[in-house]
Design a protein around this ligand. Structure first.
Ligand code: COA
Length: 388
């Protein structure tokens, strides 16, 4: 007998952006939204396990975030575990919940992702963005987080001739997608010319190549496939997850044009799911900087090394194209509240595979992949979802 699959049966999402609400209020909105979205109803006491992904940006927010999740979700006795894996915190929290269900340890689990990033001063913000990278050598050398990705972009340009315009096209596409996402931080289209004229952050990356600093929370309710239809007639199944880790500092890695953690996570997820790349309808990838989307498409196996720019230029990754990427606007335009992002990607898949994504619907979507990266590639998760 095969393993029991997990399925998403409900999901809640706050707006992303610079929000007035504190972390507890964000959690409350996301969790109550997830519970209310369960078509046939869910009692808090049904949830027997919960995982919360958060970096804990700025150090002060909700020291014991697990206890606050338990309170806000009305969990009386169920355990809550905090998962920290930099920008991939919620991707790893989701993976833990899936494995708890697959192993029969629990029937219903809650996954929450949270970050509140806009409160600290810009100096403290830069410090906290850096903690997800190597704080000994990279930081000593004066590298910012954007600076690390700028190195990856420069090397990709050097090895493959990737043009500055090719990076800009990723931002243009994702900003266009976010226009149709009511939760997105930036709902305004941008042009290649605007990207190229935006202020330089870390050469060759400019302001419009970067994800923003964001607040937000997301919650998902998962159930075992034998229980899922008691909650909804349209569950979204997790076909498989994969994960990998790599060196923290980029100087330790043999290549700057490929993230091995992504490759390993993808290999595991595809092997465990038994699916092929061509069977995936669309993907939500970790585009914290425009170069990151190109690296993701190559490392996930959707483009050959050095070919993601041409794939993007062809229009295939746009909504309406053969293989849409980041239909919700991605980290670039939807926003990137660090610990919430992995859950937000799954939220989008839940809407899309139920054909409930409105103006940004990927027509006929049946299977999707999410890809969540921690640090500059120190870790990654890949999850594959299916309607049946
Ligand atoms: N994309 C588009 N517009 C952006 C933006 C972004 N990433 N970041 C800021 N803006 C806009 C703001 O809305 C604001 O517009 P307005 O003047 O019309 O109100 C303007 O640019 C200035 O915003 P501000 O917040 O002062 O920018 P900043 O210079 O402090 O920060 C970055 C800009 C790019 C440095 C910052 O967003 C950043 O560090 N991003 C990367 C975050 C990161 O590394 N996350 C982890 C990655 S895994």
């Amino acid at each position: 007998m095969g393993r029991r699959r997990a399925a998403i049966v409900g999901a809640g999402h706050t707006r992303f952006g610079a929000l007035a609400e504190g972390p507890r209020a964000l959690l409350r909105t996301a969790i109550s939204g997830a519970f209310a979205s369960v078509d046939k109803g869910l009692a808090p006491s049904d949830v027997r396990e919960a995982y919360v992904g958060t970096l804990g940006f700025s150090g002060w927010q909700l020291g014991n975030v697990s206890a606050v999740v338990a309170e806000e979700a009305g969990l009386v006795s169920a355990p809550v575990t905090r998962v920290e894996n930099a920008c991939a915190s919620a991707g790893f929290a989701l993976r833990d919940a899936v494995r708890a269900i697959e192993s029969d340890a629990t029937d219903v689990a809650l996954v929450v992702g949270l970050e509140k990033m806009t409160d600290p001063t810009p100096t403290r913000r830069r410090y906290w963005l850096g903690v997800s990278g190597d704080t000994e050598w990279e930081r000593l050398a004066g590298l910012t987080f954007a600076g690390v990705y700028a190195l990856l972009a420069s090397r990709h340009q050097h090895e493959y001739g990737t043009s500055r315009e090719a990076l800009a096209e990723v931002a243009v596409k994702n900003h266009a997608h976010a226009v149709a996402n009511p939760n997105a931080q930036f709902r305004k289209p941008v042009t290649v010319e605007q990207v190229l004229a935006s202020p330089r952050v870390a050469d060759p990356l400019r302001l419009l190549d970067c994800c923003p600093v964001s607040d937000g929370a997301v919650a998902l309710v998962l159930a075992g496939e034998d229980r899922a239809r008691a909650y909804t007639d349209t569950p979204v199944y997790v076909a498989a997850t994969g994960a990998g880790s790599d060196y923290l500092a980029v100087q330790e890695r043999p290549s700057l044009t490929s993230l091995a953690a992504t490759r390993w996570a993808a290999e595991e997820a595809f092997r465990r799911s038994g699916l092929e790349r061509r069977q995936i309808s669309f993907a939500e990838v970790h585009d914290c900087f425009t170069i990151a989307e190109l690296l993701a498409l190559e490392d996930l196996g959707f483009a050959a090394p050095g070919e993601a720019a041409a794939l993007t230029h062809s229009g295939a990754t746009r909504l309406g194209g053969a293989f849409p990427v980041n239909p919700d606007g991605g980290l670039k335009a939807k926003g990137h509240p660090i610990g919430a992002t992995g859950a937000s990607q799954a939220y989008e898949v839940f809407q899309q595979l139920r054909q409930a994504a409105g103006a940004r619907q990927v027509r006929g979507a049946e299977r999707a992949l999410t890809h969540n990266v921690g640090g500059s590639g120190a870790s990654a998760t890949v999850t594959i979802f299916s309607v049946a």
